[in-house]
Design a binder for this molecule. Structure first.
Ligand SMILES: Nc1nc2c(c(=O)[nH]1)N=C([C@H](O)[C@H](O)COP(=O)(O)OP(=O)(O)OP(=O)(O)O)CN2
Length: 166
């Protein structure tokens, strides 16, 4: 029908799209205690149908998202841009201070993230931006947007959506 715009979407979630990590966030002048989550990740890609009948291949989307999850798995999520933490990098690890509290993490246990806080919102943005870089390896001219959701717990999830090819 003339004037009708068709929007298609593919989504991958669940299964092995997860990571288990330690973190704490700072907010309202406080800093949480160190704790962990079994995070779940979902990715939605919107776009036009390609000549082969796919918007984007599920298999590639899952595989490349999983690779990003694996980089975060079993690590401490260190938000290196957090203005409320005193961070010192040395040859044997990271020292993290918040007021009287002090943590020391060996490099092997840390993933350094270029974000201000390890909230689900900013983790979703980080994963989305990493995924966009990776997807440049594939034909993506028909894609219109990508959204990543990060679930901290079954009752709470944050999303980040980015328009593509504007
Ligand atoms: N919008 C957001 N709010 C909160 C985030 C977040 O990432 N985005 N994160 C947290 C904390 O990291 C915290 O780990 C989760 O808080 P909360 O659910 O309150 O803590 P519990 O796991 O103990 O929850 P219970 O359901 O009470 O067991 C806070 N807010």
């Amino acid at each position: 029908m003339a004037g009708t715009q068709v929007m298609r979407k593919v989504k991958v979630e669940g299964g092995y799209l997860n990571f288990s990590s330690a973190h704490f966030i700072t907010y309202s002048g406080k800093c949480e205690r160190l704790h962990g989550h079994n995070y779940g990740v979902l990715v939605e890609v919107e776009g036009e149908l390609g000549s082969d009948g796919l918007v984007f291949d599920f298999t590639i989307l899952k595989k490349r998202t999983k690779e990003i999850c694996q980089q975060l798995d079993h690590r401490f999520l260190l938000p290196v841009r957090n203005p409320h933490l005193e961070l010192t990098r040395s040859s044997d690890g990271w020292e993290v201070r918040f007021r009287e509290r002090r943590y020391v993490f060996p490099h092997s246990d840390v993933v350094e993230l270029p974000i201000e806080n390890s909230t689900s919102e900013l983790l979703a943005q980080y994963i989305c931006e990493k995924l966009c870089q990776v997807l440049e390896e594939y034909p993506t001219a028909g894609l219109r947007s990508i959204m990543v959701g990060v679930e901290e717990a079954p009752t709470q999830m944050a999303f980040y959506r980015q328009e593509l090819h504007l």
